[in-house]
Ligand binder design. Structure first.
Ligand SMILES: [Zn+2]
Ligand SMILES: [Zn+2]
Length: 436
């Protein structure tokens, strides 16, 4: 049985002992401040209860309209999925797909995975194949963006109020509740605790004691446990931290690390080709950023004329109609955040490429900030989605998405991929060389 008491920080690679399971509250890395683990196992039942409640409310949110608009005695309503479908009907399938994945598919998969893992544990049984589900869960989390969609609903409602009577639907309130519940689940759910539980429940899954089962990866628990006395970082100790589950393993051959004995992710000392991939995504995002600002993201057609809106003219419209706060929010989310993100990522990639040892803590914090705020750029995409869905009065006015929206959606997705590809431990590798 492997109850490794040693963990490596996912953001700076520092070796440190795993906090005892009885300990409450978040544990932070002693060097870079990254969150190492959330809370103790006592919250597992609470996580399950909140996930179940969120699922029920998510079903309600999808069965009832989120928003409706009265114009000339006719009510046009839309549900979450219908909003994506109306974009698809307009031929804007890349945006429709993006909206469907980030507001429906990923949150749904996230909740399903939580319940799949936690419900059997509640009844004292182990879920089958938890390794794969836990690994997938890590990939779902960054792409669920219900909170951004809620803010977009608010912006859309303010915009629509100038032209029609807007009715928030039952779906909107339910979705708001789902947002709150999922935010709490994200804070209290501790994958490390679940991995430890899986280890205890299924000792036979371990190759330890049967080294012939995995000859390429050596799990010398006693050796690993004392590694922190001799080495500062996992890389120094020749240990690989699995990107999928956080397990520390010691490959016998550094050139052939193989895969993690616990979750089967392939083992790499750092994220695979981290800098190359980050650069590629930054470049692609920069190229798309220009058309996303210049091309119309929205085309409003009335009986008499058609008007194209770019991101900037949308902000100006909000500002001149008196919604200063929302104008500022949309300006921040759609123009400032993507630009800052591209610039910050370029700075991080450049300084890391040049192996600069300066201000590693601040650079790691910058990375964390980009990870946190990047998703909010989706705001404008969601606002357009909602407007396209409800402003379809053939006799009076229609709103369609413009080509700028596809470019802008591309920028958001590419910068998110760039952030996910970057490995902050590379920042600290330069510091380690300096210490030598
Ligand atoms: Zn750290
Ligand atoms: Zn693993």
């Amino acid at each position: 049985m492997n109850e490794t008491r040693l963990i490596a920080c996912p953001e700076c690679d520092l070796l440190q002992s795993r906090p005892p399971r009885s300990r409450r509250g978040a544990t932070k890395c002693g060097r870079c401040g990254a969150t190492l683990s959330q809370r103790a196992s006592a919250t597992r039942d609470l996580t399950l209860a909140l996930s179940l409640a969120a699922t029920v409310l998510f079903v309600v949110a999808n069965c009832f309209p989120i928003v409706g608009v009265w114009v000339n005695g006719a009510l046009v309503e839309t549900t979450l999925v219908n909003a994506a479908l109306s974009l698809y009907a307009d031929g804007m399938w890349p945006i429709a797909g993006l909206v469907f994945v980030t507001t429906f598919l990923m949150p749904a998969l996230n909740m399903a995975a939580m319940i799949y893992l936690l419900l059997p544990l509640y009844f004292g049984r182990s879920p089958p194949g938890p390794q794969l589900v836990l690994r997938l869960l890590r990939h779902f989390a960054p792409w669920g963006m219900i909170e951004v969609f809620m803010l977009a609903l608010l912006v859309a409602i303010v915009k629509l109020q100038h032209v029609a009577t807007v009715m928030p639907g039952i779906g909107l309130w339910a979705l708001g509740a789902v947002m709150v519940l999922l935010a709490i689940v994200a804070v209290i759910f501790d994958p490390l605790d679940l991995w430890a539980h899986i280890d205890r429940a299924r000792p036979e899954a371990w190759p330890e004691g049967r080294p012939e089962a995995r000859p390429e990866v050596h799990l010398d628990v006693a050796w690993i446990a004392t590694a922190s006395e001799r080495f500062r970082t996992a890389a120094r100790a020749g240990l690989y931290r699995c990107n999928g589950c956080g397990l520390l393993a010691r490959p016998l051959l550094q050139s052939q690390a193989g895969s993690c004995p616990r979750c089967n992710s392939s083992l790499h000392p750092r994220k695979h080709n981290s800098l190359t991939r980050t650069w590629a995504f930054i470049l692609a995002a920069t190229v798309l950023y220009i058309p996303s600002l210049l091309l119309p993201i929205m085309v409003t057609g009335t009986l008499f004329n058609a008007q194209s809106d770019t991101i900037l003219s949308g902000v100006v419209y909000l500002w001149s109609s008196g919604s200063w706060l929302l104008a500022a929010i949309v300006f921040m989310a759609s123009i400032v955040v993507p630009m800052l993100k591209v610039l910050s990522l370029t700075y991080l990639a450049c300084s890391t490429q040049l192996r600069s040892p300066s201000v590693p803590t601040r650079r790691t914090r910058l990375y964390r900030l980009i990870e946190l705020i990047g998703r909010w750029s989706m705001l404008d995409i969601y606002v357009i989605t909602i407007l396209v869905a409800v402003v379809q009065f053939d006799s009076v006015a229609t709103i369609d998405a413009g080509p700028g929206a596809i470019a802008f959606g591309g920028v958001v997705v590419l910068t998110m991929f760039a952030t996910l590809s970057f490995d902050p431990r590379l920042i600290w590798d330069a510091v380690e060389t300096e210490v030598e």
